[in-house]
Ligand binder design. Structure first.
Ligand SMILES: [Ca+2]
Ligand SMILES: [Ca+2]
Length: 143
């Protein structure tokens, strides 16, 4: 009986040791920074865009995750957050910046990008360029 007990104690320890070389870092997307947008007439009342970020796996056919909305964004950068952190799965993802239009059937897409949620990114962010400048930076944590 004593021998069986010591055997049981050893098993959890060795399984822990084995996991160390296989340890993977997950990326959790938390927030987005919109640095610039084209100056356009976004809304019929002449007000600036109501900016929101949508994100999804490329394989999904609807926008799975959205940040909060900053209404009438007059100056940049602006910071947006996802209500819950988004686990980046090992595949292509899509992200877009929209002008939210609650009075219309669809929101107006301003920029659209595709990226790899695990492979892309440096220093806890992925930068997206348009018109020769960074317009969007996605922020993530590694755990
Ligand atoms: Ca507006
Ligand atoms: Ca709008």
């Amino acid at each position: 009986m004593k021998r069986l007990l010591s055997l049981l104690l050893v098993i959890p320890f060795t399984s822990c040791v084995k996991e160390v070389p296989l340890e993977l870092v997950n990326k959790y997307y938390t927030a987005a920074e919109v640095r610039a947008l084209p100056v356009l007439n976004y809304d019929p009342d002449g007000s600036p865009p109501d900016v929101r970020i949508d994100m999804k796996r490329a394989s999904a056919n609807f926008w799975e995750f959205s940040t909060n909305t900053v209404n009438n964004a007059r100056s940049f950068p602006i910071f947006l957050t996802f209500p819950a952190e988004v686990l980046g799965t090992d595949e292509r993802w899509q992200v877009r910046i929209v002008d939210e239009d609650l009075d219309r059937p669809v929101d107006e897409e301003i920029f659209f990008f595709e990226f790899h949620a695990v492979e892309d990114g440096v220093d806890n962010q992925i930068a997206f360029n348009a018109d020769g400048r960074v317009v969007l930076s996605l922020k993530y944590n590694e755990q």
